[in-house]
Design a protein around this ligand. Structure first.
Ligand code: FAD
Length: 306
């Protein structure tokens, strides 16, 4: 692949941004886009050591912000909070928060805990009913991310972000429906969205068009990108999220050995990232899966770090 043009000065901002909006505006003012990474709470000590080593390595490229996922049903609430609290000391941190199966009082408590932990933003999500609690959504007091956006907006000054789905949310009839829901979330207080993983720039552009038609055309939509370093893992995650991997890419990955598959996958991810930058994406949010090598390779390939 040719060397990328450097599109972001990783050393330009040496103090923390206050919010994602602040980061997007600061970068846009100097004709740059944001770079950010997602992490998930580790399950054991070895995984925790890996997480902090990946976090330290990714801090070297000065991301504008990071985010930490939260288990549906609050299964990893304490770990998630502890991770968020530690990361927030170094970089603007988004705490993901799900509401499936939650009570209003319980959600208010966790919103306050996030606030005390120093998050700059909350990503308000519904989450999905865990496999062993299929009726969690029905039993909980909060039924949708929209209701959670409303709750957060009423109880804190914290910035709120939401999820967006270039390949249509699995329960939604079409993109237009998702876009109407997104417009409602914006009216309820959401100020940006991060997307589910997807594999074509066309899917992102279709989402922007649907949002514009639904009246949410000004909401910044940050693409969520997964580096295709481990093809089997990405194919599994794509299946879980309902995102379709292009047949041609699937075919190439299936024919290749592991080393070739990594190269094919990473080249594809980097090209997609570059196409998204060309299409005007305001930032790239990379799902690090708690590893730094592929995430940095992707960010570097897209011209977002040295
Ligand atoms: P909602 O906005 O509630 O939407 C769910 C469905 O209901 C959609 O089909 C929507 O169209 C429909 N809907 C919602 N409101 C209305 C309405 N008012 N009228 C009509 N239809 C409506 N999951 C986790 O468990 N933990 C995480 O940390 C996490 N992080 C994520 C981060 C990102 C960037 C993304 C994209 C997803 C993440 N998820 C996470 C997954 C997410 O929780 C699931 O995709 C979930 O199924 C939907 O979440 P939502 O917030 O979009 O829900």
């Amino acid at each position: 692949m040719p060397e990328p043009t450097l599109l972001r000065d990783q050393d330009r901002f040496d103090s923390k941004h206050e919010s994602v909006t602040d980061a997007l505006v600061a970068r846009a003012l100097v004709d740059e886009i944001t770079l950010s990474f997602e992490f998930f709470p580790p399950k054991d000590e070895a995984a925790e050591a890996r997480l902090w080593s990946a976090f330290a390595a990714l801090q070297e490229v000065n991301p504008d912000f990071v985010s930490v996922t939260y288990g549906a049903g609050g299964s990893n609430r304490d770990t998630s909070l502890a991770i968020v609290e530690r990361m927030a000391q170094e970089v603007l941190t988004i705490g993901h928060l799900t509401c499936v199966g939650s009570t209003i009082e319980g959600s208010i408590q966790i919103i306050r805990a996030f606030e005390n932990a120093g998050v700059g933003s909350i990503l308000a999500l519904r989450g999905d009913s865990p496999k062993d609690q299929p009726d969690a959504l029905a039993k909980g007091e909060i039924k949708s991310a929209l209701e959670l956006v409303d709750l957060i907006s009423h109880h804190t000054e914290l910035e709120v972000g939401v999820a967006a789905f270039p390949e249509v949310h699995p329960e939604s009839p079409d993109l237009a429906h998702d876009a109407k829901v997104l417009a409602l979330k914006e009216q309820a207080g959401a100020s940006y969205a991060i997307t589910q993983l997807f594999f074509t720039v066309g899917a992102y552009l279709d989402l922007l068009e649907a949002n514009e038609e639904a009246g949410a055309g000004f909401l910044p939509i940050i693409p969520g990108l997964m580096p295709i370093a481990n093809a089997k893992q990405v194919i599994r995650m794509a299946e879980m999220s309902g995102a379709a991997i292009p047949q041609e890419l699937l075919h190439q990955l299936a024919e290749a050995n592991d080393v070739e598959a990594r190269k094919i996958g990473m080249d594809y991810s980097i090209q997609l990232a570059r196409d998204l930058v060309d299409a005007g994406a305001p930032g790239l949010h990379i799902f690090s899966l708690n590893h730094h090598e592929a995430a940095i390779e992707l960010a570097r390939g897209a011209g977002l770090c040295r």
